[in-house]
Write a protein that binds this ligand. Structure first.
Ligand SMILES: [Cu+2]
Length: 110
């Protein structure tokens, strides 16, 4: 029994940040040139050691200034001067368990 506990403990402590929801949502289409960004995870994250990059038409990249959210599991940012075309947000976050996770949120500007 003690051995079983030791084996399962590391798994239970594991708490990588997993994306819960985002604005814009993945696959969504937005209008306008200004874009508020909000990304929420399933665990607390270190906003100072996390980043969001906006990749736009022609693979242009822009690092967005990150603000912590109202909640410790949310990142906020904003982008402006958007032109119509395909975009994606590339996020990389550091969770409180010390693990980095990353992912992409594709969306379209009309
Ligand atoms: Cu982890």
């Amino acid at each position: 029994m003690a051995v079983l506990l030791l084996l399962t403990l590391p798994i239970r402590l594991d708490a990588h940040a997993v994306l819960v929801k985002s604005s814009p949502a993945a696959g969504s289409t937005i209008t306008g040139t200004f874009l508020p960004v909000s990304v929420t995870f399933n665990s607390k994250i270190d906003a100072a050691r996390s980043k969001i990059t906006l990749v736009g038409p022609g693979q242009s990249e822009q690092a967005l200034a990150i603000r912590g959210g109202n909640a410790p599991n949310t990142l906020n940012a904003e982008a402006d001067h958007l032109k119509p075309g395909p975009y994606r947000l590339e996020w990389q976050v550091l969770a409180i368990d010390g693990h980095i996770t990353r992912g992409q949120i594709p969306f379209t500007v009309k």
